[in-house]
Design a protein around this ligand. Structure first.
Ligand code: SAM
Length: 443
């Protein structure tokens, strides 16, 4: 049989491990010790790198890939209620568990089974030394983010721990290991640069990512789901949130199952300063989310897009915005996985050409924009559930607003250029309920 190739990266310590029998080291209350591959001093140093409170009473902690379990038992020693998971049953974990009379919960679960395991969120998640073992690193970090309420501690093998500062502004990269390249182990899949580790933690949905350690072959970050507290002395009044919409399809409905959900938000700033993405702090049900893009519009208002925070529960979620140096402003809300409700009736009034504002007509030469007002829609509304018909032709909805004081909401739509000129019936349908037809002239 062909022997496995030598490791190109990292060290193959499998023989040392077999000889020692333990990965972690332990010190028991009676003074006895187990010497594992990793010295106790290193484990303690690793634990102390991260913002883990000394008193963990009342905190729920998840230790992913616990192996012999030193981090789980240490968190329990500090008062935490801990769940440890690993994809194989590790007998040495059970041995220490018995010896300590530990109450740490233990589940044999593969990492990718975590989202469907019925676990609620944890205050602190340990994700130590596991990322590079997983085939889908960005998805993995997103799953970790979705399981975290407060902070996840992410530590991984990296390829430039001692040199990352020299190229920190370069595009982050990831090495892919198809078989035995890293440590001679076929379940090692990737080696990230430090910048890549931090960027992927941010892209996974964490609001704030702080590098806590980089050295040798490892780096570790504290990844927070919440923004830092607002300043005690705000520099100005907060921004005023004007509207929230799904960037993929107009409306205030979002799906927790789709991977590319962005909240497009319009806001008014209290000053004329240039606003950058890093200045913005959007919060959805308390979870911070980073701005991907921000831009001043022609009407002087601002538009910014933010990723939908991962793993939101089904229901309505309050959304607030602040600048880094202000308090939060007003609150609007979005619907996540809220089922469509059938309205009792749908009515349309005031159909205009969106450019000339001429009533009951639309001029193709001006772009074919139509604006109109609709009543009867439920508060959660998505363009996916609204059908706007001009004759038999469906129009593309470009804006679906919220209810105004009149009880009607504005909808903007685009008429395709190939529509026949003349008079057509205009109708709006929502969840099978149609408005009365009205005549609109296409010019
Ligand atoms: C390098 S050890 C890290 C042990 C410990 N967390 C630490 O940092 O000291 C990697 C651990 O992840 C576990 N693991 C690897 N792939 C996994 C997967 N797909 N699901 C769950 N656990 C996994 C391994 O069994 C092992 O216990």
């Amino acid at each position: 049989m062909k022997s496995a190739p030598k490791a190109v990266r990292g060290m193959d310590f499998s023989q040392d491990l077999i000889a020692m029998g333990w990965y972690h080291s332990f010190e028991f209350p009676d003074g006895s010790v187990i010497d594992g591959y990793m010295p106790l001093s290193v484990q303690k140093e690793r634990y102390s790198r991260y913002p883990i409170p000394d008193d963990l009473s009342g905190k729920r902690i998840l230790d992913i890939g616990a192996w012999d379990g030193w981090f789980s038992f240490e968190a329990e020693r500090h008062g935490g209620q801990v769940l440890a998971i690993d994809y194989v049953e590790v007998p040495t974990f059970q041995q220490v568990h018995r010896r300590l009379r530990s109450k740490v919960d233990y589940s044999v679960l593969d990492f990718y089974e975590l989202p469907s395991a019925g676990l609620s969120k944890f205050d602190i998640v340990f994700f130590l030394g596991v990322l590079y073992h997983l085939r889908h690193p960005l998805l993995a970090l997103e799953i970790v983010c979705g399981l975290t309420n407060d902070v996840a501690v992410v530590e991984s093998f990296v390829i430039d721990a001692d040199t990352w500062k020299e190229h920190q502004d370069a595009i982050p990269t990831l090495e892919f290991y198809e078989t035995f390249e890293l440590g001679n182990q076929y379940d090692n899949w990737s080696g990230l640069t430090v910048a890549c580790l931090l960027a992927m933690c941010r892209a996974a949905g964490f609001a704030r990512v702080e590098l806590m350690f980089a050295g040798g072959t490892y780096a570790g970050a504290a990844c927070y789901r919440k923004w830092e507290p607002p300043p005690a002395q705000p520099a100005s009044p907060p921004p005023q949130l004007l509207s929230l919409s799904n960037s993929r399809t107009p409306g205030n409905c979002f799906s927790s199952r789709k991977s590319e959900e962005y909240i497009e938000c319009a806001f008014r700033a209290p000053h004329d300063h240039v606003i950058r993405a890093d200045d913005l702090r959007l919060e959805v049900s308390g979870f911070g989310t980073r701005a991907i893009h921000v831009q001043k519009r022609e009407d002087g208002r601002w538009a910014a897009s933010f990723r939908l925070p991962p793993a939101l529960d089904a229901g309505w979620h309050p959304v607030r915005l602040r600048f880094a140096d202000t308090e939060f402003g007003n609150e609007l809300r979005i619907a996540v996985d809220v089922p469509v409700q059938r309205p009792s009736q749908v009515a349309v009034k005031d159909i205009y050409d969106g450019r000339s504002w001429a009533r009951s007509e639309v001029r193709i030469a001006d772009g074919g924009f139509v604006s109109f007002w609709v009543s009867g829609l439920p508060e959660n509304r998505s363009a996916l559930d609204v059908r706007v018909l001009l004759g038999a032709i469906p129009l593309q909805i470009t804006w679906l607003g919220s209810d105004e004081k009149s009880g009607y909401c504005q909808i903007n739509a685009k008429v395709p250029p190939d529509i026949a000129k003349g008079t057509h019936d205009f109708q709006v349908r929502f969840a099978g309920v149609s408005s009365d037809p009205q005549a609109v002239q296409v010019l």
